[in-house]
Design a protein around this ligand. Sequence first.
Ligand code: BEZ
Length: 222
Amino acid sequence: LRLGSIAPNFDADTTNGRINFHEYIGDNWVVLFSHPEDYTPVCTTELGAFAKSEPEFTKRGVKLIGLSANTIESHSGWIKDINELYDTNLTFPIIADKERKVAFLYDMLDYQDTTNVDSKGIAFTIRSVFVIDPKKTIRLILSYPASTGRNSAELLRVVDSLQTGDKQRVTTPINWVPGDDAIVHPSVNNDQAKVCKSESKGSSCSFSLTLAFRYFFRSTAS
Ligand code: BEZ
């Protein structure tokens, strides 16, 4: 799977019932993230953080969905623990992928082998993140080692960048956050950039010095 691939469809049991993944996406953005095993310490902190930050994702039209290579029964106990531990109310679905079929379909395993497990049977490592847009196109793929917790703020930042980029035809520089300067997308010509610039006034996308520099650079270069 690569950026730009259509997210493969699948049917699966989740903690919120059986789903068809493409139906679950519907017209929304989706963040799909995965875990090799329930009750693993780093993953537990991540699920607590995702549950806490879910309203921020919802604000952006993003649905969360987790995956862990265990059963529904195991997931239910884990969710109860997480809610107690972090004082959360985890409501998004978690896929029961005991057979690691979805993990395999999405290249989440270290090697192309569903038997790639350690001595305790934990698959190293099913710790991916996919950001999928409403057209069901994969827009971001991340793969984390077991030792390193993910960053929910960074995922929100990426969603903000992708959504701003799609809407305003801009790209965003390093460490960009909404309100910072953005860069005119190379596919935008000077006349279109002028329109973008005038339309952007007062919006959350700032077209100040950086953009002006690029815009004028493009103007004088053509
Ligand atoms: C964890 O702590 O979440 C973890 C431990 C072993 C493998 C994968 C994840």
